[in-house]
Design a protein around this ligand. Structure first.
Ligand code: DC
Length: 209
């Protein structure tokens, strides 16, 4: 069973994808981490994230980079959003994601284009969303726990900028697949979001089997 979980930054999609993977006994890939690694690799080499050639070259980042704590920072998220607009970067990361999705037994992948580009034949597609205010508050708490100090307004502005870039880029923009189930987590806490997602997957699988 392949489960595609897409949605904007801080919508709760990562938490939901991880929980679904655990519940259904499937491996999980956070595809945002791959773009974050590319963005961070560009930064390490003092490169230009908006340059398609330099960004493409950074897709050969070493695997160990995926465990680097800086990948989770707000700054790296911004770099990831910038490098992810380049078609060459997306193409270079495609095979790795599709191989993960295609492994025997299936997988859970979360990102922006899983249901539309990476695994259009996924058995279940969830599009997780929430208001920008709710997402900013969650991200602010997450960053505070990491020891990063940002104001709520800074985070909200940053989320709006990233939403805009992710939704309007030409290559694989963030969009709701026509056959995706939309899960709005604005009014849901973590446990309620997970429970709703598990229920949605069960229902979707019931319908197709
Ligand atoms: O989910 P995240 O915040 O870790 O993702 C960081 C950036 O990576 C996001 O702003 C856009 C990009 N991304 C993408 O373009 N496609 C994906 N499948 C996952 C992430």
């Amino acid at each position: 069973m392949i489960i595609a979980v897409d949605g904007p930054t801080a919508s709760g999609k990562g938490t939901i994808a991880k929980a679904l993977a655990q519940h259904f006994g499937l491996p999980h890939l956070d595809t945002g981490l791959l773009y974050r690694a590319v963005g961070y690799q560009v930064f390490l080499y003092d490169g230009a994230p908006d340059d398609p050639v330099e960004a493409r070259a950074a897709t050969t980042f070493p695997n160990e980079l995926l465990g680097h704590p800086e990948l989770r920072s707000e700054a790296t998220g911004g770099l990831a959003s910038r490098v992810s607009v380049h078609p060459g970067v997306r193409k270079a990361l495609l095979e790795r994601q599709q191989a993960f999705a295609g492994q025997p037994g299936g997988a859970v992948l979360d990102g922006r284009d899983i249901g539309t580009v990476i695994a259009p034949n996924a058995d279940v597609k969830l599009f997780v969303t929430a208001s920008v205010e709710a997402r900013a508050k969650r991200r602010w708490q997450e960053m505070r726990d990491r020891g990063e100090s940002h104001t709520l307004l800074e985070i909200e502005d940053d989320l709006r900028r990233r939403d805009e870039r992710d939704r309007n880029r030409a290559a694989a923009p963030l969009t709701v697949a026509p056959d995706a189930l939309v899960l709005d987590t604005t009014a849901l806490d973590k446990d309620a979001s997970i429970a709703a997602a598990i229920e949605a997957v069960r229902e979707a699988m019931g319908k197709t089997s």
